[in-house]
Ligand binder design. Structure first.
Ligand code: FNR
Length: 180
């Protein structure tokens, strides 16, 4: 089974990218988690789409999503919502319109996120539900919400409590995918 875990942060030392890499480390046997980032995706511009077509960074990511059995969106929280780069990527990934269904429709999808704040990106995740509903994903009803991320994730590693939290959550998502 292949799962793609897309981080919504471009930051080198991003807690969310690190969380996507932790999911890769914690993958149960028979499961491969592939962390991905949004580097190289330009701002959506319908003129660019019309003139140059879909950017390579978008079609590459789309191919990975289509080849996956499940998608994890690992979102930071900016001003109580998902970051613009993540919404921008979702918008590109639904272009041209006939790509929406094969990319997202019915795809097992889970929301995860990390923040130094207290609520573990709960507001960004809740806001994302409006967009995920539009995309028609098959939503995993449990969220991975990591609060106080700066106390749990560092360049030296990840603490045991977070490992356990993330490991259990991922196991649940894998079961959700297997159940169909
Ligand atoms: C933030 N941050 C933030 N955190 C939070 O829990 N709720 C919020 O509403 C916001 N708002 C916000 C707005 C903007 C513009 C920035 C730049 C940051 C803090 C944010 O969680 C923190 O910068 C994380 O480290 C971002 O995730 P990465 O880059 O570490 O993955």
């Amino acid at each position: 089974m292949n799962i793609i875990a897309v981080s919504g942060s471009l930051r080198t030392h991003s807690f969310n990218t690190r969380l996507s890499q932790l999911l890769e480390e914690l993958a149960p046997s028979g499961v491969k988690v592939n962390p991905a980032t949004l580097h190289g995706i330009p701002l959506y511009d319908a003129d660019v789409e019309e003139g140059d077509g879909i950017p390579a960074a978008v079609s590459g990511l789309r191919d990975q999503i289509k080849a996956s059995d499940g998608l994890v969106i690992v979102t930071p929280e900016y001003n109580a919502g998902m970051p613009g780069v993540l919404k921008n990527a979702l918008d590109w990934l639904t272009r041209p319109g006939e790509e929406l269904k094969p990319t997202f429709g019915g795809r097992p999808t889970a929301l995860a996120g990390a923040t130094p704040g207290a609520w573990g990106t709960a507001l960004a995740q809740s806001g994302a539900l409006i967009n995920l509903r539009q995309l028609g994903v098959h939503l995993y009803p449990a969220y991975l919400r990591v609060s106080a991320a700066h106390t749990k994730i560092s360049d030296d590693g990840v603490d045991d409590e977070l490992r356990e939290q993330a490991g259990k959550w991922l196991k649940g998502f894998v079961e959700f995918i297997r159940e169909g």
